[in-house]
Design a protein around this ligand. Structure first.
Ligand code: NDP
Length: 267
């Protein structure tokens, strides 16, 4: 039997085991997918091999740490420097990033030209890189300066949250993406008045969190924006991840994963 798992902290809320286990069962693959709470990424490499895993998903806050212990990194993950999917191959760890395409699938039909990303962590990097690949203008704002250097080096326009109104001037955004973990803590990612001003000149608000209402999207709805939460991003990153784990084409995985997603998702 092949073993897969998701690692993160927190992890109890993760719906990945349900999506993957149901689909593995329907595809008649002898495999199980579990979850592990990881206190630190320090001995992750040893742990991954010790547990006999064939592959894993990595979530908050370890995507960049795990990218650093991969033997090889493939595709867009090379540009992002963060991985959410790893496999064992010839006793090596190979890393991938399916968050980027998982995010993009949500908006590909929406004619987005200008985007503002709040946050500068692993998922902000994934989103920024895929939007850049699709020729969408992107500004990144974060509460602290240090994590913005990645984006500065890649030629993105960046600012700190305290300067966001000055920095974005009167730009109208097709989408504002909350890629911070503020919603997990039930706080807004920015000062309320700054956010209000940004929402007044934006069309869509996207929050990566899924599973419950968040105040970022509640506020956006009040200001009249269309809203998207992170639940479909979870689905769309899980489909290519399982394809990487099993070598099975995404078209065979998709109907089963969509079916169980629709059962467990009540958004
Ligand atoms: P990281 O830990 O890598 O980055 C977190 C970012 O959020 C940092 O830029 C941090 O700022 C900022 N931040 C944290 N708390 C606050 C706050 N209270 N106010 C303002 N900024 C804050 O996290 P990830 O990028 O991996 O994940 C971010 C979120 O996206 C998580 O909630 C995660 O669960 C969700 N996610 C959802 C996915 C899905 O499939 N739906 C996929 C991936 C992620 P600083 O740099 O100053 O520390």
């Amino acid at each position: 039997m092949k073993l897969f798992a998701v690692f993160g902290n927190p992890i109890a809320h993760s719906k990945s085991p349900i999506l993957h286990n149901y689909t593995l069962y329907k595809l008649k693959i002898d495999a199980r997918y579990s979850r592990y709470l990881l206190d630190s990424s320090k001995d992750f490499r040893e742990l991954f091999f010790l547990l006999g895993l064939s592959g894993a998903n990595i979530t908050l806050p370890y995507k960049e740490d795990v990218a650093n212990i991969c033997d090889e990194i493939c595709g867009i993950a090379q540009k992002i420097g963060a991985v959410n999917t790893i496999i064992k191959k010839d006793n090596k760890i190979i890393g991938y990033n399916t968050d980027a395409i998982g995010f993009y699938k949500n908006i590909e039909s929406k004619n987005i030209k200008n985007a503002l990303i709040l946050g500068a962590g692993g998922s902000a990097k994934a989103i920024a890189m895929i939007l850049k690949e699709k020729n969408i203008n992107v500004i990144i704002s974060n509460r602290s300066k240090k994590n913005l250097s990645f984006f500065d080096e890649k030629g993105f326009e960046t600012c700190i949250n305290d300067e966001i109104l000055e920095c974005t001037k009167k730009i109208e955004f097709d989408i504002i993406i909350n890629a911070t973990s503020s919603s997990i803590n039930n706080t807004l990612p920015l000062q309320k008045d700054s956010l209000e001003s940004l929402f007044e000149r934006s069309k869509i608000a996207f929050d990566l969190m899924y599973g419950k209402e968040c105040i970022f999207l509640e506020f956006a709805k009040i200001k009249g924006l269309d809203t998207i939460n992170g639940s479909k991003m979870l689905l769309y990153q899980a489909i290519p991840a399982l394809s990487i784990f099993t070598n099975i084409d995404e078209t065979k995985i998709k109907p089963h994963m969509e079916y169980i997603y629709n059962i467990i998702n009540h958004d």
